[in-house]
Design a protein around this ligand. Structure first.
Ligand SMILES: Cc1ncc(COP(=O)(O)O)c(C=O)c1O
Length: 380
């Protein structure tokens, strides 16, 4: 059997990883500023993470959600404490798209409505309604196309106020748009969304799947605005590579047995991984590190010739280049051995590194980027 060939691959085979570095089978060392798409939050193979997962594996790895699992309660308690959402309830599942499907379903259970407002350049996943709320027509098959979703321009208050009314079920918005090119919603816009949703009984869903878990310099990116969404979804950085996702649910949205469910969600290993991530985020002050190193990178990159625009918060950074960003990213990887991400529509290089990178790693990247930009400027 062959693999179903849906991923364009780099010609690199990683065999080992530690902190912010990856080694391939030839022993070549790479700086990982992409974190496997924002997944590596506390660094590759963090010793505390490895220890906790190994201990759990040696005790019990899996049972279904038909038995008591105190680790789930502990995870909910710790997540509540670190995020500040102590009075919310947690539903555990396995991936970002599943978290958003459950969030949208819950919204509809709550107010009985069907219409969804999402935003231009959004990405919420690749299944049913999460795909319906994703602004990328080429990802949808015909069978995906009947959802009642409208897309509005981000940060356009007039368009939003014009579109929202009491027939809308949910508004779904990313804390910071990732796949769409690192676009940060303004605090004022988020506040307008919150107040209109509260007035009209619309459920506000904050997709923090990429921007959450400290990446922005706050636990959740929307916390810069002071709003409180009804539902928050998380995944990627939550398990540092172990597949786990969560839906944080306002106490006004009531649970009923059978309402949501999953076989694998919240299993022992997922909880052990997620708990160890929270422990490391707290003990190593990774949220303030993300802010400090992120601010340094943002400010240094904004001074470089050949950079058109820099966007982002903390360690979620988009660098829009004057020259072809695909080429620059290719050179970063091939010549400088640095992994970065990309947003094609926006000619933007995306940085989503582990939250524990230091100044040395930041400077390695800045020097490499500056060198490539200078070469480009000379060549043109
Ligand atoms: C903001 C956002 N939401 C949802 C998803 C979907 O997550 P997953 O690939 O785990 O289904 C992604 C993935 O990139 C994302 O960036």
């Amino acid at each position: 059997m062959n693999l179903f060939d849906v991923y364009p691959l780099f010609d690199i085979t990683p065999v080992k990883a530690e902190g912010a570095f990856i080694w391939d089978e030839k022993g070549i060392k790479y700086l990982d500023l992409y974190g496997g798409h924002a997944v590596i939050s506390i660094g590759h193979s963090h010793p505390h993470y490895v220890k906790k997962l190994t201990e759990q594996l040696n005790q019990i790895a899996f049972y279904s959600n038909a038995v008591k699992m105190p680790l789930q309660n502990l995870l909910a308690e710790q997540l509540g404490k670190l995020s500040g959402y102590t009075d919310y309830n947690l539903f555990l599942c396995n991936s970002g798209t599943e978290a958003n499907e459950n969030a949208l379903k819950l919204a509809s259970f709550h107010n009985g409505r069907k219409r969804v407002i999402a935003f231009t350049d959004s990405f919420h996943g690749r299944t049913s309604l999460s795909l319906g709320a994703t602004d990328d027509a080429k990802l949808s098959a015909n069978i995906n196309k009947d959802h009642e979703v409208i897309f509005l321009p981000m940060n356009d208050e007039a368009a939003f106020k014009n579109a929202i009314n009491e027939t809308v079920c949910a508004v779904i918005i990313e804390g910071i748009q990732g796949v769409g090119g690192i676009n940060v919603p303004s605090n004022e816009f988020l506040k307008t969304i919150e107040s209109e949703c509260n007035k009209l009984g619309v459920v506000l869903i904050l997709d923090e799947i990429q921007s959450g878990y400290g990446r922005s310099g706050k636990f959740f990116a929307h916390q810069y605005s002071g709003i409180k969404p009804h539902i928050i979804t998380t995944a990627k950085g939550m398990g540092n590579g172990f597949p786990v996702a969560g839906v944080l649910i306002h106490p006004d949205i009531k649970a009923k047995h059978g309402m949501l469910g999953t076989t694998f969600g919240g299993n022992y290993l997922a909880c052990a991984a997620s708990l160890s991530v929270l422990e490391v985020i707290e003990s190593e002050n990774l949220i303030s590190n993300a802010l400090q190193i992120g601010n340094f990178i943002l400010s240094e990159v904004s001074k470089m010739d050949g950079v058109k625009n820099v966007r982002g918060l903390g360690l979620m950074i988009g660098i829009e280049t004057a020259g072809d960003a695909t080429l620059i990213r290719k050179k970063l990887l091939q010549d400088e051995k640095i992994f970065t991400g990309f947003s094609s529509g926006k000619n933007t290089i995306r940085l989503l590194p582990p939250l524990n990178i230091g100044m040395n790693e930041a400077k390695l990247f800045l020097n490499a980027l500056n060198k490539i930009l200078q070469e480009q400027l000379i060549a043109n």
